[in-house]
Design a protein around this ligand. Structure first.
Ligand code: AGP
Length: 604
């Protein structure tokens, strides 16, 4: 339980344990806080045991309730399984298992994996396999697609825990006469600091005195041993000094996981979770995005993409303004409610209002089972994982990614784009995690500038086209984290007033469009840089790799990898997040819990 408590920060909506006892597996699981499970176990303890598995769930498939909580049992209750990740092909596996007479209690992909594992275990045992649990895990893993860390115990394999991982974290803890497995080291850091990092597609079998690592086919494999010198608190942040930094660095994964399983090899969108009648989606003649704060900026980025791909008029409304302006909404309006927490009262009230007017509502949300998805007609979950820091970063990129997928899906459904055009955009999106990682790996210059600017009193942010909401988000990050007055403007607006703010030494961050983008936006923004530079601004430019045209007018240039214009916000935002986080850290501020802010604004 201490290990589970240390993993609480990873977010959860239910928790459970299973232990091996001489009388078989004893298991207990509860939805809600870990304390619910602790209370239940205090009231009726499990039998003593030295072998067991425990899990805190961040729901992806199936609501967060007792039934869907892990562990899931199989093989007539003799096998217990826990799982992190998303098994993409669970539907076809489930159909095949149902054919074989398997029955299921939950809606989860995990229970399908457990049933698959149980069936193979029975076959191997009948065939006299000397290590049925390990070999069953190997064979089952060969059939699973997607992202998974699976752990299993079987009552007929005492003292053994077997695990497999693909695209999802798992580390081994090497103890003295005991061994451990955890999603990260914080799960066992109280018991050992000797850890082994596992590679992709590996199976590990642990007993009290042995750790055996192989690939999915049984070939011996090596894990990388390391010593954990983090303290427990740092371990919960993956070794980063703050959740904010951890989450900024989680962004390649947040985008990748949000894309996972939502298109096929031919580049066709598969958004089965969008349970809205296709005829209704075809009849939509207006889209209204409802959101607040950072999520509203994600909506603004989405507007450019959706209107370009789908040719559907798309409005982005601040939720708290929407329902007080007598908006024109009817059954042909599709509302897209974007919310990381799914609990923002302003957005929830706006969603209720829109539905009363007959609109269909799709939520883009990061918190499974939260209120806004429950009160929407459909939900497209972002899979950014729990976002602990109050200021949103990885959820923002994941929201933009999910909104792109929604736009491409509508274009596919309504025939605005040919299949190959959609496949091309999906291929570009698939490259984004690596491009984001490239920016993260080359962040030292941005961090140094941030530290040098720790005494800045105000910073302006300019952007154009999709760079405009990025500029707004960059300003919001600096306000939220460093408490510095910051303002984002549309670059084209400069001469209509804001240029009066420019004076000697005024820092201005400019997000420059690709030189290969549309029209002459690039040239116009470069001339904006010249105009403010001529008036003494300190120009800090975010530009596309190779765009040396900006260097003559920029004090500082930070390059991001080339990418199509509409996808650029997934990259140009990242230096601005790092800048705000580093500058706030340089001022000694708590970047995870900024003053006056709450992670979820559940009052209007
Ligand atoms: C973002 O950094 C802020 N914490 C805030 O603007 C947030 O985006 C806004 O409150 C909306 O929250 P939601 O996405 O959970 O609805």
């Amino acid at each position: 339980m201490e290990g589970l408590r240390r993993l609480e920060y990873r977010g959860y909506d239910s928790a459970g344990v299973a232990v091996l006892t001489p009388n078989g597996i004893a298991s207990r699981k509860k939805s809600g806080k870990l304390s619910n499970l602790v209370a239940e176990l205090e009231a009726s303890p499990l039998p003593a045991s030295m072998t067991g598995i425990g899990h805190t769930r961040w729901a992806t498939h199936g609501a967060p309730n007792d039934t869907n909580a892990h562990p899931h049992l199989a093989d007539n209750g003799k096998l217990a399984v826990i799982h992190n990740g998303i098994i993409e092909n669970f539907a076809e596996l489930k159909a095949a298992l149902l054919e074989q007479g398997e029955t299921f209690l939950s809606e989860t992909d995990t229970e399908v994996a457990a049933a698959l594992l149980g069936g193979i275990y029975r076959e191997l045992t009948a065939a006299g396999d000397p290590d049925p649990l390990t070999n069953a895990m190997r064979k089952a893993s060969q059939q699973l697609e997607g992202a998974f860390t699976l752990l299993a115990v079987h009552q007929d394999s005492p003292g053994v825990v077997v695990a497999a991982r693909r695209n999802s974290p798992l580390v081994v803890g090497l103890g003295d006469g005991e061994n451990f497995l955890g999603s990260d080291v914080s799960g066992f850091i109280d018991f050992t600091r000797r850890a082994v990092e596992l590679g992709q597609d590996q199976v590990v079998t642990i007993t009290p005195d042995e750790v055996v690592i192989t690939d999915f086919f049984g070939a011996p494999a090596e894990g990388k041993e390391f010593h954990v010198d983090w303290d427990a608190a740092a371990a919960e942040k993956g070794g980063y000094p703050s959740f904010m930094e951890k989450e900024i660095n989680d962004q390649p994964d947040a985008v990748g996981q949000t894309l996972l399983g939502r298109s096929d090899a031919q580049g066709r969108l598969i958004l089965d979770e969008l349970r809205i009648d296709e005829a209704i989606l075809r009849s939509v003649d207006k889209i209204v995005v409802l959101a607040c704060g950072t999520s509203a900026y994600a909506g603004q980025v989405a507007k450019y993409a959706i209107e370009h791909w789908c040719r559907i008029p798309t409005e982005v409304e601040l939720s708290h303004e929407f329902r007080y302006r007598d908006p024109i909404v009817n059954e042909k309006t599709l509302v897209v409610a974007i919310s990381q927490s799914g609990e923002t009262m302003d957005t929830l009230m706006a969603v209720r209002y829109a539905r009363e007017q007959g609109a269909k509502v799709v939520a883009i949300c990061n918190t499974n089972g939260s209120t806004i998805p429950r009160e929407s007609d459909a939900v497209l979950y972002t899979h950014a994982g729990p976002e602990i820091a109050v200021a949103s970063t990885k959820a923002f990129l994941a929201q933009i990614t999910a909104a792109y997928l929604l736009g491409l899906y509508l274009a596919q459904l309504r025939g605005n784009k040919y299949g190959d055009e959609i496949a091309d955009v999906l291929a570009d999106l698939a490259e984004m995690p690596a491009k984001i990682q490239n920016i993260l790996d080359n962040a030292d210059k941005v961090k140094k500038l941030a530290r040098d600017m720790a005494d800045a009193k105000s910073v302006l942010f300019l952007g154009r086209h999709v760079g405009f909401p990025v500029a707004m988000e960059g300003a919001l990050k600096l306000k939220e984290l460093a408490y510095i007055h910051a303002e984002g403007f549309a670059a084209g607006e400069l001469k209509h007033g804001p240029i009066a703010l420019i004076e000697d030494g005024q820092p201005v961050v400019v997000v420059v469009p690709s030189p290969n983008g549309r029209d002459s936006l690039h040239a116009k923004v470069v001339s904006n840089i010249q105009e403010i530079r001529a008036r003494g601004a300190v120009t800090i430019v975010i530009a596309e790799e190779g765009d040396t045209s900006v260097e003559a007018y920029a004090e500082h240039v930070f390059y991001v990898p080339k990418t199509p214009t509409l996808l650029a916000p997934l990259l140009t935002t990242v230096p601005l997040q790092i800048f705000a986080c580093e500058l706030a850290s340089a001022k000694g501020y708590d970047v995870d819990q900024p003053r006056n802010l709450a992670k979820s604004v559940t009052v209007e």
